[in-house]
Structures are given as C-alpha cells and as structure tokens.
Design a protein around this ligand. Sequence first.
Ligand code: VOV
Length: 252
Amino acid sequence: MSEAVKTYEGWYAYHDFRKIDWTRWKSLSPEKRDEAIRELVEVLREFASVEESRGGSFGQYAVLGHKADLLFIHFRPTLEALNEVKWRFDKTAFADVTSAPTSFISVVELSAYTVPPGTDPMSDPAFRERLQPSMPKAKYVCFYPMNKRRNLSDNWYMLPMEERRKMMKSHGMIGRSYAGKVRQIVTGSIGLDDWEWGVSLFADDPLHFKKIVTEMRFDEVSARFGEFGPFYIGARLTEEGLVSLLKEQVKG
Ligand code: VOV
C-alpha cells in the first residue's frame, strides 16, 4: 500500500447553486416581491456577518450560462452550522421561487506534500489561517469538482509518495506564478460528496482562469491524473447588484 498523504482540514464549505424561476417571481404581487427582497437581504446580511466574529465566511455570485443563476458559498466550522444556513435560506419566501440544480459539500484542505519533513505546519499561524480563509473579494469565481484518476495504468493512489510529492511541487510552482492574479481555495470532499475535491478560484480577470487551467492541463499531475466535473463561472454580487437584478427582471 502506498503511504497516504497527511491532510489538514479547516472550515466546512457549502457551495449552494440556485436557479430562479423567473415566471414564478414575476407572478408575485409587487408587495410580495418587495417583502421577499427585504427578507432575502436580511438573511444574506446575516450570512455575511459571520466574518466579523471569524465564525466563517460567505460570498454571493451571479452565475453565467444556463447551469444556475446564483451561487452562495458558505464556510463554517461545522456541518451543523452549514445545515442551519441551508434551512435558514430555505425558509425564506425567495427560496420558494428557486431550485437547487446542484450543491457541493466539502472542507477546506491543505496537504503535507509541500511541507518539509519533520516540521509541524500547524505551528505556523499563516498555515492555520489558510484553513479558515476569508472569501476573496475578487470580481469573479470559478468552481469545479475534480478527481485524481484511478486507472490501472495511471492510478494516483498507487504512486509512491515521492513521485506524488514531485508532481505536486511542480503544480504548486505553476500556481505560485499566478500570485496576485488567481487565489485558490481547494476543498476536500472524499467521503463528503461525489467528487474528491472542489476547486474554487478567484480572480479579477476571468481570462486568468482560462490561462491557469490551460497551463495546469499541460503539467503532469493534471495531464495524467486530473478528471474534471462541470465548470461554473460567477461574478461577485453586491447587495445592490442582487436587488437590482431581482427588480430589473420584472420590468417589461
Ligand atoms: C492559484 C494557484 C494555485 C496554487 C498556488 C496551488 C498550490 C497547491 C499546492 C502547493 C498544493 C499541495 C499542498 C496543499 O496546499 O494542499 C495544492 C494542492 C491541490 N491543488 Fe493546487 N494550486 C493552485 C491552483 C490549483 C488549480 C487551478 C487546481 C485545479 C487543477 C487543474 O488542473 O485544473 C488545483 C487543484 C489542487 C488539488 C486538487 C490539490 C490537492 C491534491 C492532492 O492530491 O492532495 N490547484 N495546490
């Protein structure tokens, strides 16, 4: 058996994708819509307020294309806290006009591949901080789930540790060349959801997503072992942006 990599876990993550039923939204009376918006704003402010007490983090995005309309990303210390968030949102009148085309449950994860042997990364406050990240305030988010291949000829989980470490080092070096352009938050989902990881990337220029993902496709660890699920791209939504989106849609 190959040596399993040591992983370090932080906040749990809930990627909540929502599609809006615009026909139902438009069929509500103006008073009901205003009331639903007021309640939604209150709940989203509540979600965002966890940042102040460092009890989690929250981001809201408008999703492009047909796969979803909105993405809410929640980081919280426990799965129970994520469930509370879910029920809190589902109780709102706005939730009644939405459906959830998909969702993703995972936990912020760092691994020991790049940790010098014999050192304890948890003694480093910066490392511990990265396990409880604030949602980056970049303009765009890109999210996709991924696995590492387990074919007979290319099985990540049967490679010796040293070989995996070498490939992850090369991966990390490509990643670091995007410093200041792309922030990544990798969340582990083995045993929690249908894929092995969720990759959340944040950037002010969406082309940087295309560049980094392309470059990584040519790097051995992604080229040989990467298996990818659907990609989602979202633009960060301010409170005003969300409210005007909901109001504009009903104008003839
Ligand atoms: C924005 C840049 C960036 C940077 C700096 C970066 C660095 C690093 C380092 C140093 C490490 C290893 C230690 C750790 O921190 O866990 C990782 C780990 C990981 N990564 Fe990464 N990655 C980036 C970016 C980045 C991208 C764009 C992707 C998607 C890959 C692609 O082909 O589409 C990705 C995936 C992952 C995954 C799935 C893991 C866990 C793999 C495992 O087997 O455990 N990642 N990553």
